[in-house]
Design a protein around this ligand. Structure first.
Ligand code: C2E
Ligand code: CA
Ligand code: CA
Ligand code: CA
Length: 278
């Protein structure tokens, strides 16, 4: 029994150290990736459900690593744990602003770009300054940038969050609340925040049309947002049925595979150009 126990401990330690070493290696590689431009940004189109036009894109990071495209789920948690998320987030915002500006300069009809911001970035006291610097470096009109934050980031210290968010909106950019419905925000608290848009989490969209509870929740969120004067965007829309239900329930915009997957810049431009010609 004793030996088994010791063996178990040894195995466990060995296992831990492999995982720990792998983590150190990944962290190093990710840091180099940011410096060496191995991170690429894809853009997922968003549609206005009233006009039927493309109204924006969301910037989503990917990592070109050892011959494959690594998805954010595989490295964002590590980046958040190690603090690399701040450099990564600035990189993505810089790329996205420059890209959108370049499309505008090339004559593409202007649209917004949504960029994800993580909690660590939001807490960084120099954050607003950095966003301002990125905007002016890209020579981008701030109205085309929307920063996406999540409920958990702003609900613990409401007063401080309102102050930070107001700093950002004072730059002329807009703010969206991402993954809405998955947290525990009281609807009344939402009124306190300078938010332009709620992004309805895809988990509710998935349940349309089979799950009556999901549909009831989605409808309730949509009508509440309307009363508060906040726009709504549904995420993860995968079929016509979902799009029609959401549109009829008053949803303003949609994003999802039914419209398009996240695309590399050249394909996004092609998509938008062809789509607007239809
Ligand atoms: P998110 O912000 O909720 O982004 C939406 C995710 O849903 C994206 O996954 C997108 O590809 C996926 N998606 C879009 N339409 C559909 C659909 O119709 N069906 C399904 N099943 N999925 C759909 P992705 O690109 O893998 O990104 C995952 C998460 O990684 C993002 O979730 C975001 O939280 C994070 N992330 C991505 N880029 C960045 C970044 O630059 N900074 C930070 N902090 N986080 C990022
Ligand atoms: Ca997002
Ligand atoms: Ca989301
Ligand atoms: Ca999400």
């Amino acid at each position: 029994v004793k030996r088994e126990g010791r063996d178990g401990v040894r195995k466990f330690t060995k296992c831990m150290s492999v995982a720990a070493r792998e983590k150190v290696r990944m962290t190093k590689e990710l840091r180099t990736a940011i410096e060496n431009d191995e991170l690429v940004v894809h853009y997922q189109p968003q549609k206005d459900l009233r006009t039927g036009k493309v109204c924006g894109v969301e910037a989503l990071v990917r990592w070109q690593h050892e011959g494959r495209l690594v998805m954010p789920g595989e490295f964002i948690p590590l980046a958040e744990e190690t603090g690399l998320i701040c450099a990564l987030g600035e990189f993505v915002m810089t790329k996205a602003c420059a890209q959108v500006r370049a499309w505008q300069a090339a004559g593409v009809e202007p649209f917004k770009v949504g960029v994800n911001m993580s909690a660590r970035q939001f807490q960084d006291p120099g954050m607003t300054r950095k966003v301002a610097d990125i905007l002016s470096a890209a020579d981008l009109d701030p109205r085309w940038l929307e920063v996406e934050i999540t409920e958990s980031m702003i609900m613990c210290d409401v007063a401080d969050s309102v102050r930070k968010m107001s700093e950002l909106t004072a730059l002329g950019i807009s703010l969206a609340l991402d993954d809405f419905g998955t947290g525990y925000s009281s609807l009344s608290t939402l009124k306190s925040f300078p938010l332009s848009r709620l992004k309805i989490d895809s988990s509710f969209v998935k349940g349309i049309p089979a799950d009556e509870n999901d549909m009831a929740i989605a409808s309730a969120i949509l009508s509440m947002a309307k009363k508060l004067g906040i726009q709504t965007m549904a995420e993860g829309v995968e079929n016509a049925e979902q799009e029609h239900f959401l549109r009829d329930a008053g949803c303003c915009q949609m994003q999802g595979y039914y419209l398009a997957r996240p695309l590399p810049p050249s394909e996004l431009r092609e998509f938008v150009t062809n789509y607007q010609e239809l």
